[in-house]
Design a protein around this ligand. Structure first.
Ligand code: NOJ
Ligand code: CA
Length: 677
């Protein structure tokens, strides 16, 4: 572990220790109030019009980015939180500190912002608070309804927040969807986006990059965006079955609405705005939380050569688990996942289908636990719910205790199926459910990797047992659909991954499924033409490029036997001190370097075009030499005909080196740099 506890301490900068200025101004007649970012490149203006309606606007790098955009709420049978307000007080503060996450892309994060709190009251005596935090790389704001006389239940029918962009832009988005984020990204004009899930990412014509998302989504509905006109969007919250959006008792606070603003695509990825807008770690004892690499009985089912259910092709058998545990022990992999280990998979789609406690008869739970212990390998529990959260909520405690009692500290969850009674996956009820799972998991010292999750909004800072999520069109789609095109991988870092770690499950070596035998079609999306649309070198690069504290080598283990390129995964660390984006253009290419101790690992990827990138290695420590192993596409590599052709070469580099790397169409490169003492 990088650090045994989350520590907050002041940043000793240039002149002073932590600056925390607080000045309160009463300004009951004021209609406007502004705030500048610490570097003064971003400027926020909050204003109230004649009707007492609330607006914010944002300017950045001397251009208008967000035109006046509304704030407020419509409650059930009550529109009084939308108009007739006046400013009663404003409070300003400035914070500049560095904190250390338990794990992550970087081991130190600077939190430097100016805050403006606007206290409002309307003619009906209703009060509202709006918090603005302006960073050098963006804005976060949240609206609060504090305790009011005579209001016990708050039912939000609509959050009025708007994002009215000043200009058209190129946008990367997936459609708004209340159930899933597993879609391919669209590249379009912002003005052609009718609706979107967040993060929604865009680049203005002048090259400013922005991303709209939310931070600290707690006890609230997920936000989608709906076009109102041209480049104007309003917040559209995912409803309860009765149409209400958010239900609260006495007080209400929205998640932070976030607008990340940077001057290039690389800075978008290096921004820590989302994490900074979350609360510090709430868990006291965290020594059990540890990033790791894993393999699992998983891909065989997606490929249709094994089954989750018990039968002649059952994947999760005792014998198979022993083989996976042995393989992990021999290959510097810490953990093994088994899906289909428990009874109920034959009932998928029915109510109360899954029993997350009882193993199948051919999966000897105790024997497998004992063998894993003997070999020093961790097991990862799996709780598929099929979406039946009500049944899972009854079983959860018992099922998690079973894992804990067996010394297991990792859990993958799944919600593949509709939530009963008309609830949506991204509704407030589900946000509550996912948090309850996380808190119960913390009680049983379990790290969670959630599939079909609620989107990542930085909760990992507060609950560092929230390791990774899927919530994107991941590797599994390559097993049984037309697959994910090469461009998908160079969009994910700039969109989905801005929210937090993605469990994409890279590492398929049998890219064309040449070793697949006796396959049975099991998924209706499968037209018999599935494959992985990358080269082998790009599969290695994904382990670096798509950050996750839990990285899976997802292929069946026999496909790694005798493969020299697997050495990259064997050597790969799971914890990072620093990450540095080396090259980035959304939808085209991406290269990132991550540091572990004295060594660095680089991943680079391209879309469907072959490319050469020049990587400036001046970030390496001056005066040191690095033994470098390059896993690269070569002249024989062809996405269509020969995707597994790979060259492994070595060289020495230092901080003066500019490394020219060649990537085939759909390709990439993975590089290990070991400091020579
Ligand atoms: C979908 C998940 O994303 C995948 O990882 C899992 O194998 C299946 N559901 C079955 O649980
Ligand atoms: Ca492209």
């Amino acid at each position: 572990m990088k650090s045994a506890s989350i520590k907050l301490y002041t940043l000793i900068t240039r002149a002073s220790l932590l600056v925390f200025l607080l000045c309160t101004i009463s300004c009951s007649t004021k209609r406007e109030v502004s705030l500048a970012s610490p570097d003064e490149n971003l400027n926020l203006l909050f204003s109230i019009n004649k009707k007492g309606e609330m607006y914010y606007q944002l300017e950045g790098f001397k251009t208008q980015l967000i035109k006046p955009s509304k704030l407020g709420f419509l409650l059930k049978n009550d529109d009084s939180f939308s108009h007739s307000f006046k400013i009663v007080k404003t409070e300003r503060s400035h914070k500049d500190e560095i904190w250390e996450p338990v794990w992550g892309e970087n081991n130190k994060i600077r939190d430097n912002f100016k805050q403006l709190l606007v206290k409002l009251e309307n003619t009906n005596g209703k009060t509202m608070n709006i918090y603005f935090k302006l960073y050098n790389d963006g804005l976060g704001f949240r609206c609060e309804i504090p305790k009011q006389n005579g209001i016990d239940e708050i039912v939000v029918m609509n959050e009025l927040t708007e994002f009215n962009f000043a200009n058209d832009a190129t946008a990367w988005s997936i459609p708004a969807n209340y159930e899933s984020y597993e879609m391919l990204y669209r590249t379009s004009n912002l003005s052609d986006v009718k609706d979107a899930n967040t993060p929604l990412t865009l680049r203005t014509r002048s090259g400013i990059h922005m991303s709209i998302h939310e931070a600290n989504l707690t006890n609230y509905a997920g936000m989608t965006l709906k076009q109102t006109k041209g480049t104007s969007f309003s917040c559209n919250l995912v409803p309860w079955p009765d149409g209400a959006k958010v239900k609260a008792k006495k007080t209400l606070v929205s998640p932070w609405r976030t607008i990340t603003v940077t001057q290039n695509a690389a800075q978008l990825i290096e921004s820590n705005l989302i994490l900074n807008l979350n609360e510090p770690c709430k868990l006291e004892e965290i020594s059990w939380i540890q990033p790791m690499k894993y393999i699992g009985i998983w891909w065989g089912m997606h490929l249709g050569v094994e089954t989750w259910t018990m039968g002649p092709k059952h994947g999760a058998t005792t014998a198979n688990m022993f083989k996976y545990i042995d393989f992990a022990a021999e290959n510097n992999i810490q953990a093994v996942l088994a899906e289909g280990w428990n009874t109920g998979w034959e009932n998928w789609g029915k109510p109360k289908a899954f029993d997350q406690v009882t193993p199948y008869a051919d999966y000897d739970f105790d024997k497998i636990v004992a063998y894993a212990n003997k070999r020093g390998i961790e097991l990862i529990g799996h709780h598929e719910t099929g979406g039946d959260i009500f049944f899972y909520e009854q079983q959860m405690e018992k099922a998690m205790k079973k894992l804990h009692d067996a010394g297991i500290r990792s859990l993958k969850t799944g919600y593949a199926g509709p939530i009963p009674q008309g609830y949506f996956h991204h509704s407030q009820r589900m946000v509550q459910h996912y948090r309850k799972v996380l808190e119960t998991a913390a009680k049983y010292k379990l790290m969670v990797n959630a599939h079909e999750p609620i989107k990542a909004t930085g909760i990992r800072r507060t609950y560092p047992n929230m390791m990774a999520r899927e919530g994107a069109r991941g590797m599994e789609w390559n097993g049984w659909s037309e697959g994910n095109p090469p461009e998908h991988h160079v969009m994910l870092p700039f969109t989905r991954c801005l929210g937090g770690p993605l469990d994409y499950t890279p590492g398929i070596f049998d890219i064309l499924y040449q070793n697949r035998k006796e396959y049975t079609k099991w998924n209706s999306n499968d037209n018999g033409n599935s494959r992985v649309n990358t080269t082998l070198a790009k599969q290695l690069a994904l382990w670096i490029c798509l950050y996750s504290p839990v990285q899976m080598a997802s292929d069946m283990i026999e496909n790694y036997e005798g493969q020299p390129a697997f050495q990259f995964f064997r050597n790969l660390p799971s914890e990072w001190d620093t990450s540095k984006v080396l090259a980035a253009e959304i939808g085209d290419y991406y290269a990132v370097a991550r540091k572990n101790g004295n060594n660095w690992y680089i991943g680079a990827m391209t879309d469907e075009k072959s490319r050469t990138l020049s990587l400036d290695l001046s970030f390496l420590e001056t005066g040191k030499q690095y033994k470098t192993t390059l896993y690269s596409d070569n002249n024989q590599t062809s996405l269509d005909k020969n995707p597994t052709a790979i060259s492994i070469s070595s060289t020495e580099v230092n901080s003066d080196t500019v490394l020219r790397i060649k990537m085939a169409a759909g390709g990439g490169q993975a590089i290990e740099l070991i400091e020579i003492n």
